[in-house]
Ligand binder design. Structure first.
Ligand SMILES: Nc1ncnc2c1ncn2[C@@H]1O[C@H](COP(=O)(O)OP(=O)(O)O)[C@@H](O)[C@H]1O
Ligand SMILES: [Mg+2]
Length: 261
């Protein structure tokens, strides 16, 4: 196994204020890696930097982000568009935000397919329906004809995962994919991400404040505090024998996910 995605000694600042202080994270092809830490520790920043989408205020001040050996921040505009539309994809903290409120989901799945090219409108729609079906939505055609506000939170999150998988990305970054959901739906969404990893072979980098959710799905965990990794290791090891007091705090702070090891 080799690393498909590597963040090395990454430092990021917003308007000069440092937020990430040298973070190193590695994602093996086909694996699921989790990053856990409290709100404000820099998880979303790390994912946005990974997509090369920090925005105006954010700045990479040091280190590197490489996908398949290629530097993400050094990409041309065309390379970057191809990266974010076909190679890397984001499941956002808020599933409703993955979709425009004024257009049906179907048209947005078609538009996403168009970025990649090679699929007719009909073929894109068929692929979207098949993906949504595999993600456990019982009536994909109806979902595609819906607007996002017509869906429950759990349905919207599954649709957002489907949209993220539409162009068969190599890597999916998932930002708190379960935090907006109630407990029963959380477990389902975790299962769906894990099955996306198994069925589609997609590598997953998942961030969450909930160490139980991450330990359940990820093979390897990084514990992040105030913009730094304080502990890392195979998930079972980190949860069973935490080395850092902060990791112990995180474990004590969350109710265990049903069915977790
Ligand atoms: N666009 C921004 N401009 C300025 N500061 C920001 C911006 N986004 C995030 N921050 C700050 O960066 C820090 C890390 O935020 P974030 O990456 O969202 O953490 P997390 O996702 O772990 O909750 C916080 O202190 C936050 O206030
Ligand atoms: Mg966040």
């Amino acid at each position: 196994m080799s690393a498909i995605f590597e963040i090395e000694n990454l430092r990021v600042a917003y308007n000069g204020d440092a937020v990430l202080h040298g973070v190193t994270v590695s994602l093996e092809q086909g694996s699921i890696v989790g990053i856990v830490g409290e709100s404000g520790c820099g998880k979303t920043t790390l994912l946005r930097a990974s997509l090369g989408m920090l925005g105006q205020a954010g700045q990479v001040c040091g280190g590197s982000i490489r996908f398949a050996g290629k530097d993400v921040s050094g990409m041309t505009q065309a390379e970057h568009l191809s990266y974010v539309s076909t190679v890397a994809s984001l499941v956002s903290q808020n599933p409703q935000r993955a979709f425009s409120p004024v257009r049906t989901l179907g048209s947005q799945f078609e538009e996403t397919a168009l970025l990649r090219g090679g699929l007719s409108k009909g073929a894109a729609r068929a692929r979207a329906a098949s993906l949504l079906g595999r993600l456990g939505l019982s009536d994909p055609e109806r979902v595609l004809d819906s607007y996002v506000f017509e869906l429950s939170g759990g349905m919207a999150q599954r649709a957002a995962i489907g949209l993220a998988l539409m162009n068969s990305p190599k890597v999916v970054f998932a930002d708190e994919p379960t935090s907006a959901l109630d407990v029963a739906v959380q477990a389902q969404v975790v299962e769906e991400l894990v099955s996306a990893n198994r069925e589609f072979g997609v590598s997953l980098l998942v961030v969450s404040h909930n160490i139980a959710v991450l330990a359940h799905m990820a093979q390897y965990l990084y514990v992040m505090k105030d913009g730094e990794v304080v502990e890392q290791g195979p998930s079972e090891q980190v949860v069973a024998r935490p080395q850092h007091p902060y990791t112990c705090q995180l474990i004590a702070a969350v109710p265990k996910l049903r069915g977790a090891r």
